[in-house]
Ligand binder design. Sequence first.
Ligand SMILES: Cc1ncc(COP(=O)(O)O)c(C=O)c1O
Length: 397
Amino acid sequence: MQGRHFLHIPGPSPIPDRILRAIAMPIIDHRSAEFGALGKEVLEGSKAVFKTSQPVVIYPSSGTGAWEAAITNTLSPGDTVLMAETGHFATLWKQIATRFGITVEFIPGDWRHGADPVAIEARLAEDKAHAIKAVMVVHNETSTGATSRVAEIRKAIDAAGHPALFMVDTISSLASVDYRHDEWQVDVTVSGSQKGLMLPPGLSFNAISEKALAASKTNKLPRSYWDWQEMVKINASGFFPYTPATNLLYGLKEALAMLQEEGLDNVFTRHQRLAAACRAAVKAWGLEVLCQNPDEYSPVLTAVLMPPSHDADRFRKIALEKYNISLGSGLGKVAGKVFRIGHLGECNELSLLGALSGVELGLSAAGVPHRSGGVAAAMASFEGQDKANETAVAAVA
Ligand SMILES: Cc1ncc(COP(=O)(O)O)c(C=O)c1O
């Protein structure tokens, strides 16, 4: 097809040219002093994105590996953990824990909301014997477009006076949504490279608190490749216990520089701005956003419900074939019922408007009932947001 492909799935996200160029460099000896300097720089630099001063380890793996690492380094067979059924990814993380012999109490959810801090506090308050060893939540549920309120969940754990470890999956939120590993006293933050960090898939992360590192000295689940102790020890000099993904680390160095140049707060504001315009388009089409709580609307992606008896995958196929745009599929329970528009990472007003044009044209081509004017509504949203910002600045001056 002519022209560029519009990749608007909620990750992997498009890779900026700067990062592609940084990756396309000759490989170096991963035992050399040159590598040690690179390793130190990216291991240290990553901490700013997690907002932590504690160790961050980087695995050459997809995010699933970092999920497994969080579990195997902290828990023991027979332990109980508390999780919230926010959607497909929470369900997959639960499945991994279950395979390792962990009992998961899964607070049921309707896949239209984030994790409920009130329900978490109530369950922890009941657990007087402290049988629950960890609370594990997905920050941005990529299958539904609902972002859990991690700061409030921290408060809920504290209000219950419960000592459970707190583990958070930020695979699709890191570097797109405000996140504070230290301030929110998260014990293990899990993340991945292919979303807000604008890198190819292939790197995953664990940010680790002192409490989690201490748990890893006595927990009973076996691990080797994922072992933190070995990793943290060798990382101190910038090296890895095995062959690292050297060229992806060149890319990470560039991504961290880009995020620092833009400023993390500006990155977060840009994501919110794009998400608000996307929701304005969905509303104008007369379609429904899957997430039902405005406080939990995802800045990263918008999942859109199809009108009854219209198949989301058929619509996505037509949009791809006619307009060269990839939209995210519905996953698990909502397969065929929703499509997802990614607006993360290397995305700006015009790339989003292009994608929304593709959606609007695709809806017509697929005969999906909708009103026109979604793209115009997104443009009006940008203009409205600009006016509101100008008024706010004027009020301060
Ligand atoms: C929230 C979330 N958690 C976990 C994963 C799994 O990560 P990976 O596919 O990189 O193994 C994903 C992937 O999209 C995700 O969005």
